[in-house]
Design a protein around this ligand. Structure first.
Ligand SMILES: NC(=O)c1ccc[n+]([C@@H]2O[C@H](COP(=O)([O-])OP(=O)(O)OC[C@H]3O[C@@H](n4cnc5c(N)ncnc54)[C@H](O)[C@@H]3O)[C@@H](O)[C@H]2O)c1
Length: 395
């Protein structure tokens, strides 16, 4: 598979400065959509993805090639201006930034109820609904899943999909460019925006040394922080040591931690007792997909005082929980992904690649080139095509 000469080199300007700015730096997506765009004409795509300007660029391409788009954001990460823009351009936009978990579940139901032909999922919850008997369009074609957490969820579903699902996160390209370098930069940027704290000399603890945790730990250290990693997999712990980080247990690391980054993508990693180990003033930030890695509900229930330290309108931007020991623990955005809540999400180039993987994989399904049933990785020919394109663009 090769990328041929573009048929349509650029999107018309949307009028939204952030979306137009993103579109300027997404040449790989432009090339990919010019290759696969015609496959989407007349199809209805149901999407759950962070509703922010880079996602808007993908949706604009889909609309430009004659697709119908129904989209909802992930929990707490919807940018209201982007939602307005896409609605004005003809997408069916469901839900908003302040939705709670129940409202988010209703939004996902509403996407599926509109019976799309293709699903682009981020978290596996749309796909789960389809495997549990949600009514599908007559010609339902298949789905893609974006992230680590969603890939794990989809592979663990009781009823395995009887349609093709391509897990974008399996692509070694995505793990390198987005999870490691993109998330590394943008999480640190979100932490800096939310706290205005200085990184040199900061004692940072990163829990989980997968591609995302590695990116965060390496970026923090490059900017002068003193980084300790907590990692249960001995191979990844070794990788952290070889990368120059301290590796310690929860009991050793937390009492020294000034900032904690949750990057495991697993629920219940830090219990209330673990959180009590933190020193006064420690700050907790989320990296992983769900805000459930630390027992913040337990912290809140056991706090003698809860103080909202936020200056913005985001109610949960900075909450200090005072414990009976007198220590205060500060939680950023309820541990939702801080690169989306306090920064502009992943860097544009990282999402240029990630959304190109999405467009090419969905295009392959639409064209009948992903002739399988069940959950598989991104086809190797797509990885090769996009790696070649990205090297041409970036070198
Ligand atoms: N914020 C973003 O923009 C963004 C982007 C991509 C992925 N993500 C999410 O970030 C999370 C991490 O992604 P990844 O690709 O690095 O995942 P991964 O599964 O490859 O890595 C997670 C690491 O955490 C370790 N771990 C799990 N439980 C642990 C525990 N109790 N103690 C110590 N270590 C533990 C695992 O051994 C693993 O090495 C996922 O939830 C993913 O969906 C976020």
């Amino acid at each position: 598979m090769t990328i041929t000469t573009p048929q349509q080199t650029a999107l018309p300007r949307s009028g939204d400065p952030d979306t137009d700015w993103a579109a300027r730096s997404m040449p790989l997506l432009a090339r990919t959509m010019n290759e696969f765009g015609p496959a989407f004409a007349g199809l209805h795509l149901g999407i759950c993805l962070h509703l922010e300007p880079k996602t808007a660029v993908l949706c604009q391409w889909l609309l430009a090639y004659g697709a119908t788009v129904t989209i909802t954001g992930n929990l707490g990460t919807t940018d209201p201006r982007t939602a307005e823009l896409l609605a004005a351009q003809g997408a069916h936009v469901i839900g908003g930034r302040d939705d709670d978990e129940q409202a988010h579940a209703r939004n996902l139901d509403a996407v599926v109820e509109r019976r799309p032909d293709l699903i682009l999922d981020n978290g596996g919850e749309l796909i789960e609904r389809l495997t549990e008997g949600a009514v599908r369009s007559f010609g339902f074609l298949g789905a893609t899943e974006e992230t680590t957490t969603g890939g794990t969820r989809v592979r663990g579903l009781r009823n395995q999909p009887d349609f093709p699902v391509i897990v974008i996160n399996d692509s070694p390209l995505k793990l390198l460019v987005e999870n490691e370098y993109g998330v590394g930069q943008s999480i640190v940027q979100g932490f800096m925006n939310a706290t205005n704290r200085m990184l040199p000399a900061l004692r940072a603890v990163v829990i989980g040394f997968g591609p995302c945790g590695k990116g965060v730990a390496d970026t923090l250290r490059a900017l002068g922080a003193r980084v300790t990693v907590i990692e249960r997999d001995p191979f990844r712990a070794l990788e952290a040591i070889m990368s120059g980080h301290r590796v310690e247990s929860i009991i050793e690391a937390l009492p020294q931690a000034e900032a904690v980054f949750l990057s495991t993508g697993r629920p219940g990693v830090l219990s209330l007792e673990d959180l009590r180990l933190l020193p006064d003033g420690a700050i907790i930030a989320g990296v992983g997909h769900q805000p459930d890695e630390a027992d913040i509900a337990g912290l809140a229930a056991n706090a003698t005082e809860t103080v909202n330290l936020a200056s913005s309108t985001d109610a949960d931007a900075r909450i200090a929980y005072r414990l009976d020991s007198g220590k205060e623990i500060i939680v950023l955005h309820g541990t939702k992904m801080v690169n989306l809540t306090a920064a502009k999400g992943n860097p544009i180039e990282a999402m240029d690649l990630g959304l190109s993987l999405q467009a090419a994989s969905l295009g392959a399904i639409a064209l009948g080139r992903a002739a399988f049933v069940g959950v598989e990785s991104v086809p190797e020919e797509i990885n090769q095509m996009l790696a070649t394109g990205l090297v041409e663009i970036l070198r």
